[in-house]
Design a protein around this ligand. Structure first.
Ligand SMILES: C[C@H](CCC(=O)NCCS(=O)(=O)O)[C@H]1CC[C@H]2[C@@H]3CC[C@@H]4C[C@H](O)CC[C@]4(C)[C@H]3C[C@H](O)[C@]12C
Length: 324
């Protein structure tokens, strides 16, 4: 399970929690502007936008989990089991293999509008990257500073849904997630007087009672509601570090502690990393389960007119600031 968020404050921020019971060898990866992409549909690109994000590099190829390009467009892939359907290839030019979608969009598009145009007649296909990395059932959130889009490739075709909340988790399909939010329309950061009785004097004995009924469990529908509510009510400070801090607190509202989510055979899902990319500057902040210190990799600090992938292994050791 995972949660992705797009957040507007002093800058535009985009990031996600990656929740899983095992870890890949993922690292922060910068793809510079002249790294050659040879897509399965026959298209080759050697001049394109640069991108930064979390990826596994295999065979010199960046398998991105989430990334942002130098134009401020971002995409994250999240688990979408049992619903994702990728079609067999028929060798047509509008095909994109599922593992290629993030680089395909981020090399060529600046905005969500451009993504919609690019994907108009697209088909997501099922060619796997390699035997070591077979296909995963994913759906995606694409965001720029003005809007977000959910991409779902189901048995009945490719769906592009406007995503007005800027949040994505996992199942069920996105229209159901959005509809389910209606069930929480009563939630409020304020504690109102009781609405259903004038004779019973029901006491507001605690702050925060306007939020009673907000789900706190880790199921994907609950995380969707909780992340939307936390994000919508979240204050912004027009100060980049403070807004990034707010972003990590929103992600923290749906993070998974080891032990809470038993997936069998003594494995537990946990939040492996949380990321927040400042898409205005291309700075990728992250923390890991064991290291809650923020680390950052800056796209702008590298020369991007090159061909070779740059990678930055995650700093996963617990870091403590000793005060005395
Ligand atoms: C597993 C993760 C989602 C986390 C999640 O939701 N876990 C709930 C498990 S459960 O459903 O609750 O049991 C997803 C998110 C992004 C994915 C990678 C995207 C690039 C690449 C695409 C290739 O085609 C296949 C390999 C590849 C490295 C992918 C591996 C894996 O699929 C990643 C990490």
């Amino acid at each position: 399970m995972c949660t992705a968020i797009s957040f507007n404050a002093s800058h535009h921020f985009f990031g996600r929690n990656l929740d899983l019971d095992y870890t890949f060898n993922q690292e922060v990866v910068i793809t510079p502007k002249n790294y050659p992409f040879n897509f399965k549909n026959g298209q080759s690109i050697t001049q394109h936008y640069a991108m930064i994000g979390m990826a596994v590099i295999s065979n010199d190829y960046p398998l991105y989990f989430d990334a942002t390009n130098d134009q401020g467009l971002s995409v994250a892939g999240l688990n979408y089991p049992k619903n994702a359907y990728y079609a067999p290839s028929t060798n047509t030019p509008n095909e994109i293999a599922s593992f290629e979608l993030i680089p395909y969009l981020l090399t060529q598009c600046k905005t969500v509008e451009e993504v919609k145009t690019k994907l108009k007649n697209a088909i997501i296909t099922n060619q796997p990257f390699s035997p070591e990395f077979p296909n995963s059932p994913l759906h995606w959130m694409v965001s720029d500073k003005d809007s977000s889009l959910t991409i779902e490739s189901d048995k009945d075709g490719l769906h592009l849904y406007n995503n007005p909340v800027g949040v994505l988790t996992n199942n069920p399909p996105f229209p159901m997630q959005l509809f389910n939010l209606n069930n929480y329309r009563h939630l409020s950061p304020k504690t109102y007087d009781t609405l259903f009785s004038e004779t019973l004097h029901l006491d507001s004995y605690s702050n925060g009672m306007g939020g009673m009924g907000l789900p706190g469990d880790l199921s994907s529908m609950s995380r969707f509601v909780r992340a939307c509510y936390t994000k919508e009510t979240c204050l912004t400070f027009q100060c980049v570090p403070k807004d990034i801090n707010q972003f990590f607190h929103i992600l923290g509202s749906v993070e998974q502690t080891k032990g809470l989510c038993d997936v069998g055979e003594e494995h537990y899902e946990y939040t492996i990393y949380s990321s927040c990319c400042d898409t205005t500057t291309g700075s990728y902040y992250y923390k890991t389960y064991d290291n809650s210190q923020l680390n950052v990799v800056h796209l702008a600090n590298e020369s991007l007119d090159t061909q070779t992938l740059l990678s930055y292994p995650l700093v996963t050791e617990t870091s403590v600031h000793h005060v005395n």
